[in-house]
Design a protein around this ligand. Structure first.
Ligand code: LMR
Ligand code: MN
Length: 429
């Protein structure tokens, strides 16, 4: 404990160590011991820290926000006490930030970030950590300016480079510069850069500037680094044990046979509802994920994240009532049910869905010639009144080279190998 004990605390080191020893055994008792020490030595850094730890542990045990809030005030007092050893300062500040973020107290977290930065201005890590906090609360411009500062001072800081490139790609759509920053950052292999998000978005940027070969090479590297399940399956929210293949034969998915039959049996009415909603302006919305290269692609969402869009379902009641009979679709928290219309001349960039926890059904409703869907290495089409099934965590791409619009109903279902516990506890996407 020498690196957390200052000269004054050395005098009470035995008491401090004894109290600290109690933390894991009896936090309430440790709390009392540190409190007693603070009565005598109100500015003792280790006593303040010990009190903060005790409250922190008790807060966790009792699930108490009040106690955690009080713990934060003691971590903050460590930072402001005189003669705090560096090590103690850092561990208090980092725990304060972590807990403040956990409580949604971002202003407090950010203030403490700045305290660390002021004390250690020559360590890029602390600036980078602040940028990450900014990004988690969507203060993108603040994050950008911090990262810029890091890069101007440390041009080879991999962590800052990949994050800065990520902003250029996902916020500015500045592909060329995003590629430069992200690839330079990834090459450093610094801590925190080997992350699926950077491989994912760098590959996507390369694809969109006609450097698909380099993207594919990068994806293979991502597989070696274990950030992707395979070159084609690049979803980032995965349950590892689930089996996967790009295309599925619906006959091979026994548990969903009644859903498939219901979709096919009701396809005429579903088609009617889809077409008539399409006729009324303002129901279908432009696809919003920046996946499109050219053309027009619109959707009408009926279910998403396990919930129904009641407003849209009023427009297509039969479709929604069919889906509602099947919780594997209507309650699929990691998927959607939606009509999807593609107009002639549309090209959707190769892309992967976010998760391997769902499988995607398309019910063909209006299918003109010359529209194609590639999933991994195999390209297929649709038939009116029939379904196809694929795993959209695999790379897929769509071309409309025909002359009339194409309409399908997309129905995502839980991957059949998930347990009901998993379906309950997985976060929504
Ligand atoms: C996709 O899932 O990205 C596409 O297949 C959607 C569509 O409408 O074809
Ligand atoms: Mn897709």
């Amino acid at each position: 404990h020498s690196d957390i004990t200052n000269k004054d605390d050395v005098a009470l080191k035995e008491d401090l160590d004894a109290a600290q020893h109690q933390l894991d055994k009896n936090a309430a008792y440790a709390n009392k011991m540190f409190e007693a020490l603070l009565e005598q030595y109100p500015l003792s850094p280790r006593s303040l820290y010990g009190k903060a730890r005790a409250l922190d542990i008790l807060a966790e045990k009792k699930q108490s926000n009040d106690l955690l809030y009080e713990a934060l005030t003691f971590y903050a007092r460590v930072l402001n006490a005189p003669k705090v050893p560096d090590r103690l300062f850092i561990i208090s500040a980092e725990r304060h930030i972590d807990r403040a973020r956990f409580m949604g107290q971002y202003k407090k977290a950010i203030a403490v970030h700045w305290q660390i930065i002021d004390r250690f201005p020559d360590n890029s890590t602390y600036l980078n950590n602040l940028a990450v906090t900014y990004l988690t609360v969507n203060l993108v411009e603040e994050a950008r300016s911090v990262l810029k500062k890091v890069i101007s001072k440390w041009p080879n800081d991999g962590f800052a480079l990949v994050h800065y490139g990520f902003i250029l790609k996902t916020v500015d759509n500045n592909l060329e510069e995003a590629i430069q920053y992200m690839s330079k950052g990834l090459r450093t292999e610094a801590a925190g850069v080997v992350d699926g998000r950077f491989y994912f978005h760098l590959g996507d940027a390369l694809t969109r500037v006609n450097r698909k070969d380099e993207a594919d090479k990068l994806y293979e590297e991502g597989v070696e680094k274990k950030v992707f399940r395979s070159k084609y399956q690049r979803s980032l929210y995965n349950v590892d044990r689930l089996p996967a293949k790009p295309w599925l034969n619906p006959k091979d998915v026994p548990s969903y046979q009644t859903l498939f039959a219901a979709l096919v049996e009701n396809s005429k009415q579903i088609r009617q509802e889809g077409l008539s909603a399409l006729n009324d302006q303002g129901y279908f919305q432009d696809e919003a994920e920046n996946l499109k290269d050219s053309g027009t692609w619109k959707q009408l969402e009926l279910f998403a994240r396990g919930r129904k869009f009641a407003k849209n379902c009023e427009r297509t009641p039969i479709t929604c009532s069919v889906i509602e009979r099947f919780p594997e679709a209507s309650r699929c928290k990691r998927g959607q049910t939606k009509f999807s219309v593609l107009h002639p001349g549309t090209h959707v960039w190769p892309h992967c869905g976010p998760t391997n926890c769902r499988l995607r059904i398309h019910l063909g409703l209006k299918i003109p010639a010359d529209v194609f869907l590639r999933v991994a290495e195999e390209t297929r089409g649709w038939k009116e009144g029939d379904i196809i099934m694929f795993d959209d965590s695999f790379e897929h791409e769509v071309w409309h080279n025909g002359t009339e619009f194409r309409l399908v109903l997309i129905v995502d279902v839980w991957h059949p190998n998930l347990t009901s516990m998993e379906k309950q506890s997985l976060s929504a996407i």
